[in-house]
Design a protein around this ligand. Structure first.
Ligand code: SAH
Ligand code: SF4
Length: 358
């Protein structure tokens, strides 16, 4: 029987469900500080209460079914849910630990977790492997939250160590807005993982009306826009949904989105050989983003068997970046973390042929 998880609830909701309230404080500690996997782990909770709860709820809804570690420290996880569907989450090492000459720690290593929001995706981008498997279902808030709990636990990452979250795994986060925003709030809980909005980045293929809705909720999160093209014709070829949410509607929504004045909106630009890697596109991109506090992240297209697209040349990539920088845009090239373990979204799952079965 499929049951809701305790990770589906905010602390306020748990206080309504479980009495007395000090038990909720203890349970919250077990969930988010000790990363409990089952009721058995919760040592100071009375057996009767645990039995009562276990009739209606489970603790962590995820099981790790596969793990691939890359030489750069990236670990890609294939996770299974109660209905045996699977999805991916990725543990990314962003900065190595820094030691002084005596071997003392100056700065701890920094990590980011990339989470999924759906099994499959409805948007159907022509370059994306997740799209090939179609759409299966939305993830619940608890299944989104459990990805972070599970990966922190598996990497012995203490609850109070800082972590960033990027919603860049499988699925379109804004197409599952309700569960996404609930997960964001649960991550922010002071007595839980305490991950502030500014440490969470929602990546979207550009559902402009939903960008507005997310903005109105004022959760303090960042957004990253998967732009990938500078004219509507090519963008519609890459992202069919562009017909309904075209480039100018996205730019207008971004201008309305509340951002911290010290921060920038990230525009992701997937570079595909002979499609959008030319300097004429770079020139249009500069024009398109004028007046926005933007940062561009160039991504190498990561090929997979059966795709019609090619990875761009390094020289073209660098020329594109230099053009943007020369014209006043901040621009980075995403280093291909975990390239040896097929780290672009959907690629681990597809490798096993698991897409077809789920
Ligand atoms: N649906 C959201 C978030 C998940 S996709 C979105 O599209 O923004 C996360 C990122 O993976 C997107 O920027 C997408 O462009 C990128 N991606 C998808 N397929 C890729 C591939 N084959 N190579 C490189 N990046 C890819
Ligand atoms: Fe969905 Fe993002 Fe893949 Fe497009 S790139 S199909 S929006 S997951």
């Amino acid at each position: 029987m499929i049951k809701p998880s305790l990770l589906d609830f905010t602390k306020k909701e748990l206080l309504d469900l479980i009495k007395p309230s000090f038990r909720v404080n203890q349970i919250f500690g077990w969930l988010y500080h000790q990363y409990a996997e089952s009721f058995d782990d919760m040592k100071n909770i009375p057996k009767t209460l645990k039995e009562e709860l276990a009739e209606k709820y489970i603790v962590n809804p995820l099981t790790i079914v596969k793990k691939e570690k890359s030489s750069d420290g990236t670990i890609k996880y294939l996770l299974q849910m109660q209905d045996s569907k699977t999805m991916e989450a990725v543990w990314l090492k962003m900065k190595d630990i820094q030691l002084d000459e005596n071997g003392e720690v100056i700065q701890e290593a920094k990590y980011t977790i990339c989470v999924s929001t759906q099994v499959g995706c409805k948007v159907g981008c022509s370059f994306c492997l997740t799209a090939k498997g179609g759409f299966t279902r939305d993830l619940t808030a608890g299944e989104i939250v459990a990805q972070v709990v599970t990966l922190k636990r598996d990497n012995h990452h203490k609850h109070n160590r800082k972590i960033n979250i990027v919603y860049m795994g499988m699925g379109e986060p804004l197409d599952n807005l309700e569960n996404l925003t609930k997960a964001i709030e649960i991550f922010k809980e002071d007595d839980g993982l305490c991950i502030s909005g500014k440490r969470q980045t929602v990546s979207t293929s550009g559902l402009s009306t939903k960008i507005d809705k997310l903005g109105e909720m004022d959760l303090g999160v960042h957004i990253a826009i998967s732009l990938h093209a500078v004219d509507d014709e090519l963008r519609t070829e890459l992202i069919p949904m562009n017909k309904a949410h075209n480039i100018s509607s996205i730019i207008e929504a971004v201008k309305r989105f509340p951002i911290d004045t010290r921060k920038r909106v990230m525009f992701e630009y997937l570079v595909i050989k002979n499609k959008n890697d030319d300097l004429a596109s770079a020139k249009k991109l500069v024009r398109l983003l004028s007046g926005i506090k933007a940062k561009v992240n160039l991504i190498y297209f990561n090929p997979y068997p059966g795709t019609d697209y090619d990875r761009p040349n390094k020289d073209d990539m660098i020329a594109f970046q230099e053009y943007l920088i020369k014209h006043g845009l901040l621009c980075t090239i995403r280093d291909s973390k975990g390239i040896d373990i097929s780290a672009a979204c959907g690629q681990l799952k597809e490798k096993d042929g698991i897409h077809k079965r789920s």
